[in-house]
Design a binder for this molecule. Structure first.
Ligand code: ZN
Length: 186
């Protein structure tokens, strides 16, 4: 995960190890995560070309630290993440959580079925909806303002998208089973 992805509103599924910090707090962290040095994305082509350019991230050294890991991960929007938790994993949707390891064998079978049987994915289809919000009438003194409500577009979920979620999640579950890890989302 890059620093700029911290601003991304979404959910990430990972295979994690449970680590105990020096102060006793326990936390999940993606398996095999390590710090690496990468080219700074804050001064791409700009440091040295723009006078007075002082890179906020690397102080013009051109290198910054980033995190890298070997374990498979999946990034989805919050709405799709909630649907994956409810409809595939079968747990109460929440912004952060984990799947108990004893559920992996059954979940693995369910995912294999979802990948190979078309109708197993149907419950997750979602039509694109385009809703025009209601008219709002506001009276201020003798001035009446009529505003149109916000337009809400939900792009839905295609079969192709659901299939790719199932494939990716299967990869994460199998990786966790093989390496004795816990699958989490946050
Ligand atoms: Zn930089």
């Amino acid at each position: 995960m890059k620093l700029n992805e911290l601003l991304y509103e979404g959910m990430e599924f990972n295979a994690c190890t449970l680590e105990t910090k020096d102060d006793g707090t326990k936390m999940y962290s993606p398996h095999g995560m390590r710090e690496t040095e990468v080219d700074c994305y804050g001064c791409e082509g700009m440091a040295g070309k723009i006078e007075g350019y002082k890179c906020h991230w690397c102080k013009n050294t051109g290198k910054t630290k980033d995190w890298e890991c070997d374990s498979p991960e999946m990034q989805v929007s919050n709405a799709n993440g909630m649907a994956i938790i409810r409809d595939i994993i079968g747990q109460e949707p929440d912004y952060a959580g984990s799947i108990p390891p004893e559920k992996y064998p059954a979940l693995r079978q369910k995912l294999i079925k979802m990948i190979n049987v078309d109708k197993e994915r149907e419950s997750m289809y979602k039509q694109t909806t385009d809703q025009q919000g209601q008219m709002r009438v506001k009276q201020q003194g003798d001035v009446t303002t009529i505003g149109r409500g916000a337009r809400m577009i939900d792009v839905g979920r295609s079969d192709e998208q659901i299939l790719s979620y199932a494939q990716r999640l299967l990869e994460i579950i199998e990786y966790a089973m093989k390496n004795d890890l816990v699958v989490t989302w946050a």
